[in-house]
Structures are given as C-alpha cells and as structure tokens.
Design a protein. Sequence first.
Length: 349
Amino acid sequence: MIVNGGVVRKEDGAGGRYMSEFLKRIVIPRFDSSAGEIKLSDMDDSSDFDDYVFTTDTYVVDPPVFPGGSIGKLAVCGTSNDIAVMGAEPKIMSLSLIIQEGFEIQLLSRILDEMAFWTKKLDISLITGDTKVVNANIGIAINTSGIGVRNASLERNIDVVREYRRYPWKWVRDCGAGEKEVIIVSGRIAEHGVSVLNTREGISFDLEVESDAYPVWLFLRDVLEVGGITAMKDPTRGGLANALNEISEKSGVGMVIHEERIPMLESVRGFCDVLGLDPLAMANEGKVVMIVVEEMADDVLKSLRKAGQKYAEIIGYTTSEHQEVVLETKIGTRKILPPPMADPVPRVC
Ligand code: MG
C-alpha cells in the first residue's frame, strides 16, 4: 500500500477519532494479525498470546514532573493499566529512554526512582531496556512495553459472568459488553489532564488537583475476584467520552449515562468551564470504566469502594434501544455524547 501526499498532523496521535482513522488507514492494514484471540485491528488495550497479554506505550508528557506524579510514574501506570483492564496481572516490563542532550541527571533520577517505586509495588520485573540521547527539543520520552499473565481473579470473573450470559473470550475485552448491563466508573474523572494543563506556562489556577496516575491492578485484582465484569477500559486520552464510545461501538450496544452521577471535583468542572474544555474528554491515568452484569453491579461497586476507590459510582446502563452513547442531563434532556476528535490538550501522557 502506498499513500501519496499529506503529512502527519498532531491530531493523528492525539487519542481520538482522528488517531483511530489514521491507524486504520496508514498503520494497521500493513500488519494486521494476531497471536491469540485479539487482533491488532481490534485495537484493544493489550493483545494476547498463549496465557499472556502484551502491550506497549510511549510517554511524552510535558512537563515531566507534575502535581501527583511524573512521567516515570505515568509510564508504569499507563502500561500496567492497559494490561490490568484485560484482567491480566502485570508481570514484566521494558524501559526505553529517549533523552534530550543536557537533561538534568537529578531530574532523571527522580523520574527513575518513581518508576522503581511503582514497579516494586506491583511486583513487576523490569528486565530489558534501551537508551538514546538525542539533540532534539524533546526533554524526555519513555517507552514501556509490558507483559501480563492469566490469574485466578480473572478466571473467577469470567466464571461469574458465565453464570449469567454467554462470554466467549479468554480475557476481559472492550467488545464484551452486553445489553442491560451496568456502567461503573472507578472514581473522579479528568484530574490528570487538568493537573498537567494547570502546570503549563500561562495557566496556573489556584487548584488543589493532582494527577490521578495510579496502577489500577492494585484494586482490580480484588474486584475481579467478586466478578461479573464483561468489558473494561482505562479512560486515558479522549477521556471518559472516548472510552464509553469505544466500548459501545465495539460491543454493538448503546449506552445511557446520567450526567449528574459522573464523579468529578467541582474545581475540575470549574477549570474546564473557564477554559472551554469538556471534562468528559480530559485524560485520566488511574481510572477504570467497567461494564458489569446487572446482578453483580452492587457487589462490584461495593468491592471497588472497599479497595479504596471511594468515589466509584454507577453512571448508567447499556441498552439495545439505540446504538449511541446518550448523556441524560440533570434536567432530563438527552443528547448524544460523541467520541472526541482528538484530546483537547497535547502531551498529557
Ligand atoms: Mg487503555
């Protein structure tokens, strides 16, 4: 396949509809294949081989240190979260550093210390890597690939789902949602995007908002043990709006979301209002959206809260009455919640 003309735009890597179209046109057709049940073109959070899942992600957040974390913490959270939302236990990680010549060793050490702390916390072995120093204005970019393994909590979750419905997959897939299931978000949204944006030059509101970067496996293993989760995603770039639309589209079910039930700090809502940003499209780095069989939804919610996710909330349900994600507002009006075209803020992860 040869494509002539045009150049890559920043939207082509910004985690929304433009990026998805770019990948489907330029990248995926050249390679599409699978080593297990998940194809490259499925664009799930990880793909699988044997009893493992495999994923990779590159982090270019600016600035590299922000309230609540750093690019190092983000690199462990982001990659392990893409493994954890498959129901897999993160086990192995690689580390590739691309560092701008002149980058301060002290800052680099702080970033690597955070990575080391969170890999230990997760019991992840970091066993291979690569380093390049470049004369280009990038600061630091980090790539981490990761491998996760099948585990008893995942098996238990799928067994519980199968007590209620057919579930043909080995992993928790983002195409796995059925109709009349319950939509849960694990906590308050938009805090990563808002905290990073608020550290940028020219913007510094007096906000006490920190990035929510966190490895979701640390609570998901308990929640999977309760069971009944049919689909999961971590809502990163493109935010909650993107994650809901991806699950809806891939699963072939519509959704109704009750706007007032979406957990969000008032200061985050206000910040987004002032800057004309949609909090539903802002990045998160420690949250999970999950679809749960109706019979298990209350138990799953309870287990999320018990595992420390005290702002977890049921925000809606799936339906076969329409195909779209519909947002029901406080005053009872309904509007379609489309997937964002691109993340509203560049370089947040
Ligand atoms: Mg993901």
